[in-house]
Design a protein around this ligand. Structure first.
Ligand code: 9MR
Length: 406
């Protein structure tokens, strides 16, 4: 008994002491760690107490700023649902990523079934962007201006905008958004562009075409809807991010979740933790990767089971709001050491008031000697990094997946 007691105390101390995700993200030089929030989530009494913690410093409305909910009939706007998420961000001093202005999905039928000409659809597109961006002007850290415009082979996806306007609909949309809110960061956002390939090259070509048209693009959102055991390697994700930032734009992980084929097993959870750690590490180690957003944080409200039959458990918190190994994988990734500070090309009025300019501190400065830094990871299932800590910190077991220098 006597021998066991100190271990229990150490475990308890480790649990209480570990940094939370947004705190760790800022310490690593990112602007934020965040999550999507859908309006329906807020009626779950357990949701807000888990959201309003130091795990999150940024939110994205999962649905309520899209075209259908904001302009359901032409020229007639409904902002109340989006306002609910925007005011939640304001209350909590969270960054707000606004999502999205132009997408082939969740469009009202007057757009998809209208008889448009090139001119009338350009006018409707500009009018929608101006109406929505103006309403939330000054509140959005970033806007996903155009979402999912590409096929898997990197060619343009057929949609109503492409059909009537051609490739030009994209720079037109970015120019309209820039005119309506000069301080919001303007993003192109897509999935399967998190690793090098035809689709990522297509997204880079979109960045170049917007720039060539003289319009502003500030960033590319890498959605990162991944599958356990099939996520791109660290080297691949870092090389891919670098190919985007080389064009003079930021990147962000915008919709991270990592689904599995059910039933869940501890082996799948361990692999999922590793996979979350890999993507988080890639962002932390990339100069110009500004932040990471989960596409909801709890399995209870994930979009995955409703879309992929037989799959789920994609989030770092389970359906009972219990942290899974994935949570500690993210934390380890956030503490993996920054490769450089974030790029901040323009100042913005939408930065939360309590958040100063991005931290550029890393966890490597504290302590002396060899080993992991204060707060750094020093052990856990599958961990191949340092197992000792710089003086005066000691390596303490937080859980089977994560030991930390405390
Ligand atoms: O999470 C959103 C879900 O509630 C909607 O039913 C769905 C409609 O297609 O959109 C989901 O969010 C998507 C996001 O807007 C764009 N990238 C893919 C996301 C998951 O489908």
């Amino acid at each position: 008994m006597v021998a066991v007691k100190p271990l229990i105390l150490a475990l308890a101390a480790g649990h209480l002491a570990h940094a939370q995700l947004n705190t760790a993200a800022k310490a690593a030089g990112l602007l934020y760690f965040g999550t999507a929030v859908d309006n329906g989530d807020l009626s779950d009494s357990q949701y807000l107490p888990n959201l309003e913690t130091d795990d999150f410093g940024q939110i994205t409305p999962a649905n309520s700023m899209k075209w259908q909910p904001t302009e359901p009939s032409q020229g007639s706007y409904t902002f109340s649902q989006g306002d609910q998420i925007a005011s939640l961000a304001k209350t909590n001093n969270d960054y707000l990523r606004c999502h999205n202005l132009v997408w082939y999905n969740q469009l009202p039928s007057y757009i998809t079934s209208g008889s448009w000409t090139n001119e009338t659809l350009i006018a409707a597109l500009k009018e929608h962007i101006n109406g929505v961006v103006t309403h939330w002007k000054g509140q959005c850290y970033a806007w996903d201006v155009v979402n999912e415009a590409l096929n898997e082979d990197g060619t343009y996806r057929q949609n109503v905008f492409y059909q009537h306007i051609g490739e030009a609909y994209i720079p037109i949309a970015f120019a309209a958004a820039a005119a309506a809110d000069p301080n919001a960061k303007l993003y192109y956002n897509d999935y399967n562009i998190e690793y090098p390939g035809a689709k990522a090259t297509g997204a880079q070509n979109i960045v170049k075409s917007i720039q060539a048209a003289g319009a502003r693009i500030d960033g590319v959102g890498l959605q990162a809807h991944f599958i356990v055991g099939q996520t791109p390697s660290l080297a691949s994700q870092k090389a891919n991010m670098a190919a985007f930032t080389a064009l003079g734009v930021d990147v962000a992980i915008t919709e991270l979740d990592i689904r599995m084929t059910l039933p869940d097993t501890s082996a799948l959870q361990t692999q999922q933790s590793t996979d979350y750690q890999t993507t988080t590490t890639a962002c932390v180690q990339t100069k110009g990767c500004v932040g990471i957003t989960l596409w909801d944080f709890t399995d209870k409200h994930s979009w995955v089971p409703g879309t992929f039959s037989g799959q789920g458990d994609a989030c770092p918190w389970d359906s009972n709001y219990k942290k899974k190994p994935a949570y500690y994988g993210i934390l380890a990734g956030l503490q993996s050491g920054a490769g450089g500070s974030t790029t901040l090309t323009t100042t913005t009025t939408s930065t939360p008031t309590t958040t100063s300019s991005p931290a550029t501190t890393t966890t490597t400065g504290a302590g002396s000697g060899t080993g992991a830094a204060h707060w750094g990871q020093c052990g856990g299932n599958g961990w191949t990094g340092p197992t000792t800590c710089v003086s005066p910190y000691t390596c303490q077991v937080v859980n089977p997946y994560y030991s930390q220098c405390l």
